[in-house]
Design a protein around this ligand. Structure first.
Ligand SMILES: [Zn+2]
Length: 251
């Protein structure tokens, strides 16, 4: 069956005879592995659509077990991301994370649109890229149904002032209940949240990535939130540390 779909190239590897295997986040089918004879070299429209951070339209032949990309044209090339090493590193991390977050052959247009929003915002952003990365992670948790409970205490259910974030239990613990947890510092995956993380995550959830254009988290907040969100994601979505993660910087 011949079909076409918008898509974003997540990753590609060379195989034999000049062919490639492409991991495509397609709008129609979700994450698919597809073979192709189209090279990313050269200046043809098809070649440009095969490069990293390209958003394109892909002509696909779908057989029972395989996908093959027969043609491609670029809809938008976020080449500026590739021209800045920090943008490139942060965006590569988001591609790798997205690859792990989305399921094989399951359409997820909300995640697809979020990834395009991320590219748009990253291309225009001048600094403080980690703020954008953290916002993406938070919004992805929301889309995938894993957002931590941030409004009421997960123990008593009241809207008391939060004191801790319990990663395993998936939400905030109020001050009263925190006092009843003996020595919470000795528990793993429970964090003090007196530095405003709850309000920041709520703000990320409530705003589009475009609206966060002028938001830049200051001081050690990005690093602290990165650690907590990272542990939250790896605990609930069973994702291990990623190769690209160690290159992240908050420039
Ligand atoms: Zn409570």
């Amino acid at each position: 069956m011949y079909t076409d779909t918008e898509g974003i190239i997540l990753r590609q590897t060379k195989t034999v005879n000049g062919r490639r295997m492409v991991l495509l986040f397609s709008k129609k089918y979700g994450k698919i592995s597809a073979g192709t004879g189209i090279s990313e070299k050269g200046r043809s429209k098809a070649a440009l659509a095969m490069r990293p951070f390209a958003y394109g339209r892909y002509e696909i032949f779908k057989s029972r077990q395989n996908f093959n990309i027969n043609g491609a044209e670029v809809l938008k090339s976020y080449y500026k991301i590739g021209e800045d090493v920090d943008k490139y590193m942060n965006s590569s991390y988001i591609l790798e994370l997205t690859e792990k977050l989305i399921a094989e052959e399951q359409q997820n247009t909300k995640m697809f649109d979020l990834l395009l929003d991320f590219f748009d915002a990253m291309e225009n952003r001048k600094k403080k890229y980690m703020t954008l990365v953290l916002a993406y992670e938070t919004k992805a948790l929301g889309i995938l149904g894993y957002m931590p409970e941030l409004s009421v205490c997960i123990i008593c259910g009241k809207k008391n002032r939060p004191a801790l974030l319990d990663i395993k239990e998936g939400g905030i613990v109020c001050r009263d209940c925190a006092n009843n947890i003996d020595d919470h510092n000795s528990h793993t995956l429970i964090y003090d949240i007196d530095f405003g993380i709850v309000d920041i995550l709520k703000y990320f959830s409530a705003n589009s990535l475009k609206n966060l254009e002028n938001l830049a988290l200051e001081g050690d907040k990005p690093e602290k939130i990165k650690k907590i969100l990272g542990e939250y994601i790896s605990y609930h979505l069973e994702i291990d540390k990623m190769k690209s993660e160690k290159f992240l910087t908050d420039n």
